[in-house]
Design a protein around this ligand. Sequence first.
Ligand code: GRF
Length: 206
Amino acid sequence: MSDKKCNVGVLASGRGSNFQAICEACRREEYPARAACLVTDNPEAGALRIAADYGVPGFVVPVAVGKGRLPGEAEEEMARICVEHRVDLVALAGFMRILKGPLLDRFGGRIINIHPALLPSFPGLHSSRQAVDYGVKVSGCTVHFVDRTIDGGAIILQSAVPVLDDDDEGTLINRIHVEEHKSYVRAIELFAQGRLKIEGRRVKIL
Ligand code: GRF
């Protein structure tokens, strides 16, 4: 991948601040990745506007059922869009669906996710509320490979932030977001440079 840019397909369901950070990094000539497409299950996703702003092709694959598992047909369609856009790496950025089939089959070992906690603590939803309620002193974000578990794949990068006495869910997540944007951009850069080596549960940075 050293002689060409790594094509990143981003899947996002919400406002898209991580997607925006990726788009911003991709504008830099020396950054080794480019945003190839944005795919969302949510026609209202802020990420769609960001895609338009940055000239990234954006696609809505509407899903009739509520949150949770992605129906096979929708995942098939998302995989098809990624293949069509020659995606090398799929980056989940606030994608609120659980992958089970076609994307994992097609892009095994080439899907990453960002989670707003220091995994394996506080997987799943509302991680920063869980962290505040539990009373931890440190939280942060994790970029990890996606496998068939929920938030359980091999960890690429983590970045910590303090949890302050007067934090609530909102103030903590804002602090975590700042770290997320840096960590996700860095993890994609490392992947694009071919510097991530998975050895069992451990990801070595070469
Ligand atoms: C982030 O906190 C990310 O860790 C989680 O969903 C959130 C997405 O935020 N998976 P944004 O849409 O990128 O602003």
